[in-house]
Structures are given as structure tokens and as C-alpha cells.
Design a protein around this ligand. Structure first.
Ligand code: HEC
Length: 145
């Protein structure tokens, strides 16, 4: 099972990182290390539960007429950059998701660039969705617009 693999690899990584003290040269500022997709999905699940689940529901199914679905959402999957803006800035007004019109307000989410990448990697790879990785650099580029 992927979960078993994730738990083992996360535990292993945590174990290793305790014992490897970085060299002094590692303290110089460097570009963010990009996430591994599997690792990012796992981190994103917890963020989803804390920030998105209340509206988009446990299986990403949303709430008819109020909150659009993320599960198999054509709107979510059609445009990666737009999905980054959606989480970072929120939105209001009409949008059509899987043929249904929603006209609600989603508040901007108080998440870091890394957290936005993780939560999007989770929703873009759950409940039947499959998407390529969202990187920290892509989120930062949108933040800097
Ligand atoms: C307070 C309720 C609420 C919360 C919390 C919330 N959303 Fe939304 N979300 C909405 C509403 C309402 C819309 C439609 C907004 C509109 O009509 O402009 C939406 C739209 C979206 C869309 C685009 C439409 C779609 O279904 O594909 C995405 C993607 C999305 N939200 C992701 C997230 C993620 C990820 C989080 C958590 C980080 C989150 N939302 C948190 C209410 C919420």
C-alpha cells in the first residue's frame, strides 16, 4: 500500500534527519528544495483537513449549490496557475465547475508558499484526480505577481 510506504519513508527520513547535522556551508541561503510529490501529498492531507475540509468536505465532494467539488473538478484540474491563485487569493462571483454554476465567496487561505504547494498536490492527486507536481517556485512566482 502506498500509505505503508509513505509512513515508512517519512519515519525513515525523520530518523535520518535527527542524526545528520548539516555542514556549516548548508547555512548559506539557498533556493528552496522542491518537494517530492509523494511526500508533498502526505503533508497536504493534513493541511486540507485543517483549512479546506470544512467547506469542500471529506471526499472533496463539496456541497451542492454552496461549495464546488474538488474531486474530479474540471475547473481545478484545467489550470494549475489558476488553482494556485484560488488558494492564495480566494475568489468571489460566478464560476462553473463540472457544469454547475457556483456563486460564492472563498476567503484567501493564510498558507505559506510551501503549504499551498502541498495542499494542491494533495487535492490534485486525490479522489480520482491526477496531476503533475505543484512546485514551491511556481507558487512563489504567483505570490510575486
Ligand atoms: C469558507 C469555505 C471555503 C474554504 C475554507 C475553502 N474553500 Fe475553496 N471554495 C469555496 C467556494 C465558495 C468556492 C467558489 C468561489 C466562487 O464562487 O468564486 C471555492 C472554490 C475553490 C476552487 C475552485 C473550484 C473548484 O472546485 O475546483 C478550488 C480549487 C478550491 N476552492 C480549493 C480550496 C482549497 C485547496 C482550500 C483549502 C486550502 C479551500 N478551497 C478552502 C469555499 C471554501
Amino acid at each position: 500500500m502506498t500509505y505503508t510506504y509513505l509512513i515508512i519513508s517519512t519515519t525513515f527520513y525523520a530518523f535520518i534527519s535527527i542524526f545528520s547535522w548539516p555542514d556549516a556551508k548548508d547555512y548559506t541561503p539557498s533556493p528552496l528544495t522542491e518537494p517530492d510529490l509523494e511526500e508533498s501529498i502526505k503533508l497536504g492531507e493534513a493541511i486540507y483537513q485543517g483549512y479546506c475540509l470544512a467547506c469542500h468536505m471529506n471526499e472533496g465532494e463539496g456541497l451542492p449549490g454552496a461549495f464546488p467539488p474538488l474531486a474530479k473538478s474540471d475547473y481545478l484540474m484545467a489550470d494549475k496557475e489558476r488553482s494556485i491563485r484560488q488558494v492564495m487569493h480566494g475568489s468571489e462571483g460566478e464560476m462553473v465547475v463540472n457544469g454547475e454554476t457556483y456563486n460564492g465567496v472563498m476567503p484567501p487561505q493564510p498558507l505559506s508558499d510551501e503549504e499551498i504547494a502541498h495542499v494542491l498536490n494533495f487535492v490534485r492527486n486525490s479522489w480520482g484526480n491526477e496531476g503533475e507536481v505543484v512546485t514551491f517556485a511556481e507558487v512563489k512566482a504567483i505570490r510575486d505577481e
